[in-house]
Design a protein around this ligand. Structure first.
Ligand code: GDP
Length: 297
């Protein structure tokens, strides 16, 4: 049984921030994610193969960590939110300095505001001749995003994902924002997490990328995820390393699931396999019922 009691303050430990990058198509979301990934001091150490598992975590020089969801775009963000799996702490809004505010930029601003998430503006492609960062700041003002230089409290930073400039500053701003938020979780409890993506792998069976939200997920843990159940056979990180456990804010591939869950499903560790099956069967029944009643006449 999941302990439903509110985690006591004393049990809460700081956890890394979870960051989503949003912005208009071609403004450099993917390039920025790749560039930020390159700041990881742990990279290459284990000889594992870098994998795109829906999220990655970088470890910085000071040993602090940041988790980036690497499915950029507002679709993933909104879809997760709609399913009650609101895992993002901070949104980085990418705006290309040559192109300025575009329809999807404005959509991203609206989504971020609706979700009540703090935003950091990364003015990208600053290396280009046509770049005009000041124009971006002015246009943002029209959408009530007031950056520091314009007298507001939204942090902004000029970057070039291509030339890899401004990345340290962007990271510092993310860390500063995270500090203000005092992000915490209790690592010493039965784990819970959100499924970011899931697939049926030919060799490995059902594989779900889970972002741990509370507790510590360990190999051997018995769990329910959506209408599926299982026992953690292996945990694999974004560097292809096999882990024994995953702490809050860490994204990991979970192996050992009875079937393939859906993005947005919640994973909960339960006390035994009988309980896990019972909950999964109940949920399968509910799902079936929903489908039957939702079917058109
Ligand atoms: P996304 O659609 O937002 O993910 O954008 P991409 O990361 O795919 O980038 C779109 C294009 O812009 C690609 O051709 C990138 O090489 C280019 N690009 C991205 N960042 C920069 C940058 O900082 N400077 C310049 N000059 N080009 C960039």
């Amino acid at each position: 049984q999941i302990d439903d009691a509110v985690d006591e303050d004393v049990a809460l430990q700081p956890r890394p921030p979870v960051v989503t990058i949003m912005g208009h198509v071609d403004h450099g979301k993917t390039s920025l994610l790749d560039a930020l990934r390159g700041t990881d001091v742990v990279k290459g150490e284990a000889g594992g193969i870098t994998q795109h598992i829906g999220a990655y975590q970088v470890t910085l020089k000071d040993k602090s960590k940041i988790t980036f969801l690497d499915t950029p775009g507002h679709e993933a963000f909104t879809a997760m939110r709609a399913r009650g799996a609101d895992v993002t702490d901070i949104v980085v809004l990418v705006v290309a300095a040559d192109d300025g505010l575009m329809p999807q930029t404005i959509e991203a601003i609206n989504h971020t505001k609706a979700a009540g998430k703090p935003m950091i503006v990364a003015i990208n492609k600053i290396d280009k001749h046509e770049a005009n960062a000041q124009r971006v700041r002015e246009r943002l003002l029209e959408h009530e995003v007031i950056v520091e230089q314009m007298g507001g409290d939204v942090q902004d930073v000029e970057v070039s994902a291509l030339k890899k400039t401004g990345l340290d500053e962007l990271i510092e701003k993310i860390q500063l924002q995270a500090e203000l938020m005092e992000l915490k979780a209790n690592p010493d409890r039965a784990a819970e997490g959100s499924v970011l993506e899931a697939k049926l792998d030919k060799g490995r069976g059902p594989v779900a990328t889970v972002l741990v939200t509370r507790g510590t997920l360990k190999v051997g843990d018995v769990f329910v995820v959506g209408a599926e159940s299982g026992k953690v056979r292996a945990l694999v990180d974004d560097k292809g390393r096999q882990l024994k456990q995953a702490e809050p804010s860490m994204p990991v591939e979970v192996l050992g699931i009875s079937g393939t869950p859906s993005a947005g499903d919640q994973l909960q560790v339960v006390e035994n396999e009988a309980r896990a099956r019972e909950v999964a069967e109940y949920r399968q029944g509910v799902l079936l019922q929903k489908r039957t009643t939702a079917a058109p006449a």
